[in-house]
Design a protein around this ligand. Sequence first.
Ligand code: MF3
Ligand code: CO
Ligand code: CO
Length: 256
Amino acid sequence: MTVIIKTHDQIEKMRIAGRLAADVLEMIGEHVKIGVTTEELNTICHDYIVNVQKAIPAPLNYHGFPKSICTSVNHVICHGIPTEKKTLKKGDIINVDITVIKDGFHGDTSKMFIMDKASPAAERICRVSHECLLRGIELVKPGARLGDIGAVIQQHAEAQHFSVVREYCGHGIGEGFHEEPQVLHYGKTGTGHILQEGMIFTIEPMINAGKRHTKLLPDGWTVHTKDRKNSAQWEHTILVTKDGYEVLTKRSDETF
Ligand code: MF3
Ligand code: CO
Ligand code: CO
């Protein structure tokens, strides 16, 4: 396994890419409302990334993915394809996942949006999956191990009687969209790759309200829960610093 340790110059470029990805999520917030289609969200993000940020939407044509962002509603876990057929309804929860390429480097981040009249259960899975991400991030520092992060996420999710998706995980990121190592959202403390200053990777736990099992739709991308219960996910791109972490995709409402 080859984990790339980023140089100072590469880290500077990752800071810029990360900030741009975060800016897209901030920009799109006011548009994620009942009545909008996921196709419209895709178009707004695509145009902003290309025309305002002068950046590239990484998902577009990535291994054949047909759109510029991922939009995953309710029981869709990840990689939902924006479409004019999917209109947001009252009570829906949606993950919007943004990856931009700027000056050759990737920034990758996602968050949940909750529509009006969502059930307490829907709000709870959004809150707990966010807590899982934050608990994982807080452990990031040189000498910590990837298994520590997976374990704290799994423990928090399962203590709430939720389950952790196994088939998809976080990843190293840089000039590549998905680099080594794989960042599992379950595991055992004290195991796995040892974190080093200059590593950059995502943490992006997918937490299911019911069982952990997944199903891939015939479109080859859309992943949903087998039991059709809700799933929620949040993602940040994280740099391992000398004594901790820096969240490269931090939004202005966040205080890391
Ligand atoms: N952004 C996703 C991730 O967090 C990957 C999406 S790949 C795509 O890793 F092709 F579906 F866009
Ligand atoms: Co990612
Ligand atoms: Co992502």
